[in-house]
Design a protein around this ligand. Sequence first.
Ligand SMILES: *Cc1c(COP(=O)(O)O)cnc(C)c1O
Length: 374
Amino acid sequence: MNSRIYYTKPSVTDLEVRYATDAATDGWGENCYAYIDRFEKEFASHLGVRHAISTSSCTGALHMGMAALGIGRGDEVILADSNWIATAAPIFHLGAQPVFVDILSESWCLDPHLVEKAITPRTKAIVAVHLYGNLCEMDELLSIGAKHGVPVIEDAAEAIGSIYRGRRAGSMGNFGTFSFHGTKTITTGEGGMFVTNDPELYDRMLTLSNHGRDRNEAKQFWPEKIGFKYKMSNIQAAVGCAQLERVDHLVNRKREIFQYYRDQVSEIPGGLTNPEPEGTRIGAWMPSAVFPDESGITRERLLAAFHADNIDARVFFWPLSSLPFFKAKPENIFAYGIPGRAINLPSYHDMTVEDLGRVASCLRKVYSSVRGSA
Ligand SMILES: *Cc1c(COP(=O)(O)O)cnc(C)c1O
């Protein structure tokens, strides 16, 4: 049996171990926020934003950020149907309604035209999710938001290293969020980040994220409102500081792997990988391949071939509206159509040339088998 090829796996070096050891040894008492403060400051500077607040997860950052925007019962939040549940769950927990619109066939992200059509007097936010590190049409979405007075949130959990017309993903909306889950390009085990350029929103978030305590409140143990507790630990932040020092290296390796797959997939007629339109550069968190309907290449054939070679490839996200607790929206034809002829390809930092070759040969095998049976 060939050795297992995982679909993601963090790259952890002596630097991460050294910082984590230091935090575990000395990061207490007066040093108990040292790595947290440093990670937030350096992350904000990397992204080119004014403020950053570290969190226990991206889900937590979204939950608090949406609460800070005042999203609540009866409100509507527009987002793409193709996504992981993490973006929709906080909307639900706040008593609001997720409104799922279709994606564009090329970018696999929100179709701005459908976003504008979905706006109602109850719309309280648009969430631009940069799926797999691809970039949403931010200029269009921001101008729709401005025109209707609706905030635009960027879920950039998958998009560190992605740049849209000179601006980093996560830095363009009213606020942005990131994930440092173990599967993401930079990791703290579990963890997330909230970023914003809006000083008032930042202030509200600081209070909310500290169990509702205002940082200027002199009285001890005195919350002014019910808040949240989604904090990152100093030890996690130490790992994050080390990962952030290596972020360009980590993103560049993702891009190398992506470019290798792009070349391979382009040899299959109609095969597409993550798009990188003029004026953008993607962080390529999750290189993926989508094949045309008429190719006969299906998710099931791809999964079977990868499974047979002990390669862990993942399915393209199911449409959220197809999950049992939501109302199906099959009119979202791309969100419903693409997953059946798509696959996420393995892309962890330490993949070898042989590993990449095995993945490419799996794709070729599937292609020649459907050609043979046609
Ligand atoms: C990973 C991910 C999240 C959730 O991140 P956590 O840190 O696990 O909460 C949210 N949105 C998207 C698009 C993700 O990929």
